[in-house]
Ligand binder design. Structure first.
Ligand code: NAD
Length: 480
């Protein structure tokens, strides 16, 4: 078992309370690391360190900030095998998948480093003999609160844009993914990032996270996680009015029309359903499949699901590992039970593997439900697991109204050979992103973010970078 520390103000420290917690390998249940259980006193220490560092970092020339971000990206690339090994033992993601996701983490750093060099202000011609302009400046100290589903990528997605724009940060990963965060802090420590510019604290959301979100010296909270946590953060941050960028839950519709390429739809949607054991915010949450192609599509989706190789995430043959924790498996299994109880038809999976050694880990087999109806719990709530929920619709149904009848608005897709029809339908979907004949197709250049209970603001792209800036009005009179 490894003993780890937090990274605050350029120093490795324990929690002030000296309390600790442990993280486990989800494939075996074994404890793998012991970490400091930070609380409000540690949040305060880290925020003060970030505030002290802000003066220098915000005035550092953009080219120098970008150089250091590229250096961090290079350190991630150089250590990708070791970082992927940690994601495999801490999170359960298959090693090769973890390596791909970590490559995206370096891409995010490199994109932010380059894009920040293009940020500019604007001149306003409002008065004669007066120069008026909007200057784009960093927001200040950012609390970056991340989820466990793609742990280091999520840290890098937020940290890259926040630092590139000249902010300083306190990162709080979820307790169960803290080991990868402190190993990443070791890379930050080896980079030229000045002390206090990025701090990494570990501990529970309810105390440490809450203390960060309500701290008067924090100017912006960037958080990815569940909508319930997002609502708690809106409440706690409201006492000191902070800028919020929230990337929350989803229950994403995928609409399959009669003229869709069913092979491709099942392949792409099946990939996003079972990648990372379905623990991806953009994965398809509800399949609306036209009755004329329903059975043919389900056959293909089930065939795609049968190709998933469930196993030890360290084994190169494995394409799907365990889910992240015993608690999360219990939540997925409750959803599966509710689907069966409410009358949906389980056509594949729905169980744990029972043979050793998988019986020790937190596994759920790829699962497909048909006969799902709009009011069932599995049609309404985010499951965040390898569970596909297929809803049949006919010519008399308003499928867009059905797709929009949900509190979330993250993303969605329409599958059809008729591009104009796909675009028209997508335009009616109340989501932050939609695709025609694609799903969850993302890159650092592409803005990402939901509407309604799926969140506020955008992440990635120039739009995501701008979230970490604010505009200041400057005006002077030309005298003489
Ligand atoms: P979570 O909401 O349980 O936790 C997210 C983070 O918030 C963790 O670091 C947690 O410790 C912290 N937290 C918890 N309570 C807090 C509080 N009161 N104040 C401050 N911080 C607090 O989410 P999770 O279970 O880690 O992740 C899964 C969720 O994340 C799913 O709902 C998924 O859809 C969502 N997600 C969304 C996106 C997106 O881009 N929209 C991406 C990935 C995951």
């Amino acid at each position: 078992m490894q003993d780890c520390k937090m990274w605050i103000g350029g120093a490795w420290v324990d929690a002030e309370s000296e309390r600790t917690f442990t993280v486990r390998n989800p494939a075996t249940g074994d404890e793998i690391a012991r970490l400091p259980q930070g609380g409000p006193a540690d949040a305060d220490r880290a925020v003060r360190a970030a505030r002290a560092a802000f003066v220098g970092w915000s005035k550092t020339p953009q080219a120098e900030r970008s150089r250091i971000l590229n250096q961090i990206a290079a350190l991630i690339r150089a250590e990708v095998d070791e970082l992927a090994r940690i994601e495999t033992i801490e999170h359960g993601m298959p090693f090769e998948s973890a390596k791909k996701v970590l490559t995206f983490a370096s891409h995010a750093m490199e994109f932010a480093a380059a894009a920040a060099r293009t940020l500019r202000g604007e001149v306003i011609r409002a008065f004669p003999n007066t120069v008026t302009y909007l200057e784009r400046e960093p927001v200040g100290v950012c609390a970056l609160i991340t989820p466990w589903n793609v742990p280091l990528f999520m840290i890098c997605a937020k940290l890259s844009t926040a630092l590139a724009a000249g902010n300083t940060c306190v990162v709080k990963p979820p307790s169960i993914s803290s080991l990868i965060a402190v190993r990443f802090a070791e890379l930050l420590a080896r980079s030229d990032l000045p002390p206090g510019v990025a701090n990494i604290v570990t501990g529970p959301g309810g105390s440490l996270g809450d203390a960060l979100c309500s701290h008067p010296m924090v100017d912006l909270v960037g958080m990815t996680g569940s909508s319930e946590t997002g609502k708690a953060i809106i409440a706690s941050s409201s006492r000191t009015i902070k800028r919020l960028v929230l990337e929350l839950g989803g229950k994403n519709p995928a609409i399959v029309l009669p003229d869709a390429d069913l092979d491709r739809a099942a392949e792409v949607l099946g990939h996003h359903q079972f990648f990372n054991s379905g623990m991806t915010c953009g994965s398809p949450g509800r399949y609306y499949v036209h009755e004329s192609v329903h059975d043919a599509f389900v056959d293909r989706l089930v065939a795609r699901a049968r190709k998933v190789v469930v196993g030890d995430p360290s084994d190169p043959a494995t394409t799907m590992g365990p889910v992240v924790s015993a608690e999360h498996r219990a939540s997925i299994e409750n959803h599966i039970r509710s689907g069966v109880d409410e009358g949906a038809r389980l056509v594949l999976g729905g169980e744990r593997p029972t043979a050793p050694p998988l019986d020790r880990g937190y596994y759920v087999l790829p699962t497909v439900f048909t006969g799902v109806t709009q009011t069932m719990q599995i049609a309404r709530e985010e499951i965040f697991g390898p569970v596909a929920c297929v809803i049949r619709f006919g010519d008399g149904d308003d499928v867009i109204a059905l797709a929009n009848d949900n509190v979330y608005g993250l993303c969605g897709s329409v599958w059809t050979a008729n591009l104009a029809k796909g675009l028209r339908m997508g335009a009616e979907l109340r989501v932050g992103s939609f695709w025609v004949n694609q799903h969850n197709h993302l890159a650092p250049e592409v803005p990402w973010g939901g509407i309604r209970e799926s969140g506020l603001g955008k992440e990635a792209s120039i739009e995501g970078l701008k979230e970490f800036t604010q505009m200041k009005l400057v005006s002077y009179e030309l005298i003489g």
